[in-house]
Design a protein around this ligand. Structure first.
Ligand code: AMP
Length: 355
């Protein structure tokens, strides 16, 4: 038997109703609704303002109905109706970002996954404690600039949307950095970025076993980041700085990637350690998560971030990926979420996947 996620009385609203998948209309909602529909679950799309017209253009992903609020601050008003319909909220990046991690954590509606993870993910120091204590390699942090002997990336606290970074190719270049707020200095890791889409199922008793359940790899992408990814076309960073252009990492799209097959062992080992430690620290991370890191030329994988929910890069794989095709045809992350909800319901184990 697995771990209960202490959803407590919140679960009462779903035990004797057909589960309904609900999420904010944004980010990866088309995929989430499409996956739920494929598994026969009803869907609710929550919108701020009127529903966007483009949902009409995608009949297989249009939610069965919409619930709207004028501003995200009014979200609370919907919670009674969501509970009455047996809604299960599926978190994604925009949903948690717009509502705020704390507010999302307090919602009185069942959430897919363990909401305790929010506190660990939204604080970069706690996140580092979690990953490093799991034995995962991360970019080095520099307390003392004297120790810097290579390129560094300076990250302001709470840097969001790809802005709030400063790159310096060495210690001397850092001298012209004029901070405008609290920041950390991190080793700039040279290598190739991979964003690996994993899914941890506490219900599964087959496959790659971790804890009481199993770990699945559903896909992988790399993010296109403006304007840093195109800098090389215009020449060295210094030249751009002279022209007043600062590098940013604003995500503008995603490209599918696959990893050299021999590196999969490392990928699974890293993700398994993160899950095992999450079970010890806060009862476990359940469902989709993304391990974001850089593979160096020495084939060391350094993790700079973890997203503990469905990421937008999974939208590449609505009809399957080179990895999920090896498990089942047409398996997206959105569909995998719906399968887990269905199975938990059928086996009376909703307390293991909802919080
Ligand atoms: P983050 O906000 O930590 O996800 O970082 C945003 C982007 O900055 C990432 O997608 C990477 O492209 C880049 N990045 C972050 N940390 C590092 C690092 N230590 N070395 C190299 N690039 C990094």
């Amino acid at each position: 038997m697995g771990v209960s996620l202490s959803a407590g009385p919140r679960l009462a609203s779903v035990v004797d109703k057909a589960p309904t998948v609900a999420t904010l209309c944004s980010h990866s909602s088309l995929q989430i609704f499409h996956g739920a529909r494929a598994e026969g679950l009803p869907t609710i799309g929550i919108t701020v303002g009127k529903p966007a017209r483009f949902y009409d253009a995608f009949p297989l992903a249009r939610p069965d109905r919409f619930l709207s609020v004028r501003s995200i601050k009014e979200f609370e008003r919907l919670t009674g109706e969501l509970r009455e319909t047996g809604a299960i909220l599926v978190p994604h990046g925009s949903f948690v970002e717009y509502l705020g991690a704390e507010e999302f954590g307090r919602l009185d509606v069942p959430v897919f996954g363990n909401r305790a993870v929010l506190a660990w993910e939204s604080d970069r120091r706690k996140e580092r404690d979690w990953l490093e204590s799991a034995g995962v390699s991360m970019p080095r942090l520099f307390e003392d600039p004297e120790e810097i002997h290579g390129p560094v990336i300076v990250k302001y606290y709470g840097a969001k949307g790809g802005k709030g970074f400063y790159l310096a190719k060495n210690r001397a270049a850092l001298e012209s950095f004029r901070p405008t707020g609290p920041y950390v200095i991190q080793e700039y890791v040279l290598g190739t970025r991979y964003y690996m889409h994993f899914f941890y199922s506490p219900l599964s008793d087959r496959g790659y076993r971790v804890g009481h359940g199993s770990l699945e790899l559903l896909g992988m992408d790399r993010r296109d980041e403006a304007n840093i990814d195109e800098l090389y076309k215009l020449g060295a960073q210094e030249e751009l700085l002279k022209a007043g252009i600062r590098p940013t990492f604003v995500v503008t799209g995603n490209v599918p990637v696959v990893l050299r097959e021999s590196l999969l062992e490392k990928a699974f080992d890293t993700a398994a350690r993160i899950v095992e430690r999450s079970i010890e620290l806060f009862g476990g991370m359940v469902g989709p998560f993304c391990v974001e890191g850089i593979m160096t030329e020495e084939l060391e994988f350094k993790v700079f971030e973890i997203s503990t929910r469905i990421v937008a890069g999974t939208n590449l794989f609505i009809s399957g990926s080179p990895y999920s095709d090896l498990m089942a045809p047409g398996l997206s992350t959105g569909r995998r979420i719906a399968q887990e909800i269905r199975r938990a319901r059928a086996e009376g184990r909703l307390n293991e996947v909802l919080s």
